[in-house]
Unconditional design. Structure first.
Length: 106
């Protein structure tokens, strides 16, 4: 094969738990589900709105660790959007009309 390597597209998935989650994701999901179970045991879920508030921690944490294409999960999408909108962006144009020193030397 002329010293060429074939790397499978899903080689990063082997580093994840169940191929989807890292340790922080499982901790977040576990805390949300655990909090939901504790609230279900201690709050009366007779009222609809109390029941919704009771299951909300599990739903929010489940939403954060939900996998999406081209990103790891929703949490990384939110983190990348936060970094993009709160940091100063500097784009250096090096397109076809960029005058560099190499083109001036010719």
């Amino acid at each position: 094969m002329n010293n060429s390597y074939l790397i499978p597209a899903n080689s990063k998935k082997s580093m994840l738990i169940f191929g989807l989650f890292n340790t922080v994701d499982l901790i977040i999901a576990g805390c949300g589900v655990g909090t939901t179970f504790l609230l279900m045991m201690f709050l009366p879920v007779d009222n609809f709105w109390i029941a919704v508030m009771t299951i909300m921690p599990g739903l929010v944490c489940g939403f954060l660790v939900f996998p999406v294409p081209n990103y790891h999960n929703i949490r990384t999408v939110i983190k990348n959007a936060w970094i993009f909108y709160t940091t100063r962006q500097k784009y250096i144009w090096k397109g076809w009309c960029f005058n560099s020193n190499e083109s001036e030397k010719k």
